[in-house]
Every structure is written in structure tokens, then in C-alpha cells.
Design a protein around this ligand. Structure first.
Ligand code: ADP
Ligand code: MG
Length: 358
């Protein structure tokens, strides 16, 4: 066959680069919800309110009471690869925030109509930035930020065609917030759809220690049944070999369902690494294997597990949506999770956090 005609190599325009990035990061409204709630949490919010129209396709507005953005920095928010969260490779290797790529807002702004309203801590004035025109104008609001995303995929009709019904998209949005809510009992969350309150999870802080707050949040989000039919997990792995200091390398805690609570589908398995919801083969395999002796066939255990590990021992920069991570020593993590669950199932602490006096 004749060779294809040679074409010149050209640099892509910024807008198109962002649209390509959006293809990776934004599959549906729920992806936007996740990114915006990540940002709210990174800003130190204690209350996050999500408002949606038409399953999020017509409007996604996420309001927080976090640190806000200074007027002079607002235009940077929509810039590609602009972030306040890391500034060096060292930062990247020990990232403690949900975000760090500086890509989400730019990507979302390239496929929707975006507006940010923000008032930074200690400032008297709030400003609105229009992501389309770049215009900045004063508005009234309390400290914090609201990001509004309208008409998602208006410029990319091919993508829009893949969207399901409003009800289905709404369910995915709620699931995205649920994942955050299970990681942050200290933050209140509310979701509104078409002017109606869909879910509300009040902040559990000030109601006792971390375990009690988590128990309350689990009951609110997953139901009293989940708590009643699960046991506490709290495990600290011993110092890894070859390390001179005595810092325990991994902590695994949370709640694991009793064998009877197992389900046909793996739809109540929530795993977190340093506060980030992840889908990870190492974790899910380790969890399932802890149940090998007590669960038959394809039954899937339920759990909410929190893995805390030195951030330099896990790479979160392997997937654009950060839902996958890579452990430096995955065997160590596998063992910790498996032991944590086996211990919990062998000597169940069934009581509530309060009655355990923890
Ligand atoms: P990243 O989160 O990776 O930094 P984003 O595109 O999501 O990238 O956000 C860009 C920047 O905008 C953030 O680094 C942050 O400084 C600012 N920002 C975005 N959302 C908020 C918010 N809700 N509150 C305060 N600052 C925000
Ligand atoms: Mg972000």
C-alpha cells in the first residue's frame, strides 16, 4: 500500500488540550462532582453542599465554607497545570491533598459553562469569575467557594449521548458524595436535586473520638444495619524489616461486615488510602482472602476500610482520576489488610464505639 501522506506536526491549541484531558477525567456529571468536592475538602471545608439540575447535566453547583481563593488568584483556577497544592517533585512524592494535578477546573471549563464565586479567609469582599469570558466582578457571599458547572458536554455532543437518564446520573452523583462522606465524618454534606433535598449527612465532629464519629457516619450513610452487622477493625502493622526507626508502617481500621452480611455483589466495599477512595486489586484481594474460610462461592464481604500509610510509600499519580494507586510494597499492604480483617473476624468487637469506651 502507498504510505499515508505526511502531515506536519503542530502544537494543539490550549482549549483542545483541556478537552482531551477532560475526556480522561470527566466521564459523567458524577466525575465533576467528585473533583469539586475534592477541592472543597482540600480547602478545609466543614460543610459541602451539592446542588444539581437534571442529574447534574444542566447544573452542578458545589458550595463550601473553606479557605476560598484570593481575587488575584481566581483567574489561575481555570488555568491548566495551575495548582496551590504542590510545587516540587518532593511535594508530589508525599502528596497529602486530594488534588495536585491542577487540571480538573481547566478541563471542566473546556466542556461546560463554569463560574466560580469565592471569598478568601480574612477578606471583606467576594468575587465572581466567569470561566468563559474571564471577567471578574464583585459579589456577596460568606467565606468559601461555590463552583457552578452548567450544560456539561454542551460542546461535545458525542459525549453527551453516552449519558443515561437523569435518575441514573443523579445516583452516580450521590455515590460520589457518599464516598467522600464515608472518609470525612468531620464534614457535613448535603445533596439537592431539582430543589429537593436528596441526602444530608451532618458533621459528626464533637461527638467523641474518631471511632464514634465514624460509627455515626457509617450508620447515617450505609444504614444502622451495616453497623449492626459489622465489627471493628483496628490494626497496626509492625515495623517493616530493614527500618531502623520504630514508626509502624501501616494502620488499617474501619468496620468489616460479619460473614452473614455478605452480598452477591461487591457493592458495599469502600476502601480508602490516606483518605482517598480507591479501587485497588491488592486491597480487594486481601479483603476477600480474609473471608476465604467463612464465605463460600462468590459471596462478597461488605466493609469500610481505611488504610493509613506513609505517603511516600504509595504513588497516587498513576491514574488521571486518582482512583488507582500503586503501593511501593504491595505485599506489605496485602498482609496488613488481610491480618486486620482476620483479627477482627476472629475476635469480633461487635459493640458500638461508645460502649467500647474507645
Ligand atoms: P488541583 O485540585 O489539582 O489543584 P483544580 O483544577 O481542581 O486542581 O483546582 C485548581 C486550583 O483552584 C486549586 O489548586 C485551588 O487552589 C483552587 N481551588 C479550586 N477549588 C477550590 C475551592 N473549592 N476552594 C478553594 N480553592 C479552590
Ligand atoms: Mg482539584
Amino acid at each position: 500500500a502507498a504510505p499515508a501522506p505526511r502531515r506536519p506536526i503542530l502544537e494543539l491549541p490550549d482549549e483542545l488540550i483541556s478537552q482531551i484531558a477532560a475526556g480522561e477525567v470527566v466521564e459523567r456529571p458524577a466525575s465533576v462532582v467528585r473533583e469539586l468536592v475534592d477541592n472543597a475538602l482540600d480547602a478545609g471545608a466543614t460543610q459541602v453542599t451539592v446542588r444539581l439540575l437534571a442529574g447534574g447535566v444542566r447544573l452542578i453547583a458545589v458550595e463550601d465554607d473553606g479557605a476560598g481563593i484570593l481575587r488575584e488568584e481566581l483567574p489561575m483556577a481555570f488555568k491548566r497545570h495551575a495548582t496551590s497544592k504542590i510545587s516540587s517533585l518532593t511535594d508530589l512524592e508525599s502528596v497529602g491533598t486530594m488534588g495536585f494535578r491542577g487540571e480538573a477546573l481547566a478541563a471542566i471549563n473546556s466542556i461546560a459553562d463554569c463560574v466560580i464565586r469565592s471569598r478568601a479567609t480574612g477578606q471583606n469582599n467576594a468575587y465572581l469569575l466567569d470561566g468563559g469570558s474571564g471577567e471578574l466582578q464583585p459579589v456577596a457571599r460568606s467565606t468559601g467557594t461555590t463552583v457552578e458547572v452548567k450544560e456539561l458536554f454542551f460542546s461535545t455532543p458525542a459525549r453527551r449521548k453516552f449519558l443515561k437518564t437523569d435518575a441514573t446520573e443523579l445516583a452516580h452523583c450521590v455515590e460520589a458524595v457518599r464516598r467522600h462522606a464515608l472518609a470525612r465524618p468531620d464534614v457535613g454534606f448535603a445533596i439537592w436535586h431539582e430543589g429537593k433535598l436528596v441526602e444530608q449527612w451532618r458533621r459528626c465532629e464533637g461527638r467523641g473520638p474518631a471511632l464514634a464519629a465514624l460509627e455515626q457516619r457509617l450508620a447515617d450513610v450505609l444504614g444502622a444495619e451495616f453497623v449492626a452487622r459489622s465489627v471493628w477493625v483496628d490494626f497496626q502493622s509492625s515495623t517493616s524489616p530493614g527500618r531502623s526507626d520504630n514508626t509502624p508502617s501501616i494502620r488499617v481500621w474501619g468496620r468489616a461486615g460479619i460473614p452473614d452480611a455478605a452480598r452477591a455483589r461487591a457493592d458495599q466495599q469502600f476502601a480508602y488510602v490516606n483518605g482517598r477512595f480507591v479501587r485497588d486489586k491488592v486491597l480487594s484481594h486481601a479483603a476477600r482472602s480474609a473471608y476465604d474460610d467463612v464465605l463460600h462461592g462468590q459471596r462478597q464481604p461488605v466493609f469500610a476500610l481505611y488504610v493509613e500509610i506513609d505517603p511516600t510509600r504509595v504513588d497516587v499519580n498513576v491514574h488521571p482520576t486518582k482512583i488507582e494507586v500503586r503501593f511501593r510494597d504491595s505485599r506489605e499492604v496485602h498482609q496488613a489488610v488481610r491480618h486486620a480483617l482476620e483479627d477482627a473476624l476472629a475476635a469480633p468487637r461487635v459493640g458500638s464505639a461508645t460502649s467500647l469506651g474507645t
